[in-house]
Design a protein around this ligand. Sequence first.
Ligand code: GLU
Length: 177
Amino acid sequence: MCGITGYIGYREAYPIVIKGLERLEYRGYDSAGIMMFDGQSIHISKTKGKVSDLKEITEKEEYRTKGSIGIGHTRWATHGVPNDVNSHPHSSMSGDLVMVHNGIIENYDTLKKELTNRGYTFQSDTDTEVLVNLIEEVKKKENCKLGKAVQLALTNVIGAYAIAVFDKTKPNEIVVA
Ligand code: GLU
């Protein structure tokens, strides 16, 4: 079973998010990932493997650990094989939104077709990447804040899920549902 951790505040987020992932390891997972926001840029590190592998990759480049906003994920693959690309976090096409997700979006295929018709392209095979782009599409169309866009997007979703979403253009919150 997968897990989500996140931190937003005044402290360094990286050790807190990693510690959270380590505490979730007992649940079982196949991949791990983290997004850090350093105040200007988003840095995503992710890998098939263990949290210790993720730490090795991330800590090789110190800038990847910087910032006081972070979200982390341990994945148990349901849509798309366990590999680096399918690991979470996933970004929206614009790169503004970053999301981690536990669970399943049952109608992801229909939603993916609709988004593809509107010009969206996808890097991974996950249902997660479909949802983060649906949120982006709703946010653009309705010209609303992230929280509202998440609420509206989820009215179109069938499934069981927990999500945490970050928006680079309004970097003072993590929206969870
Ligand atoms: N359905 C998502 C995926 O396959 C999330 C799986 C999970 O809960 O870790 O990537």
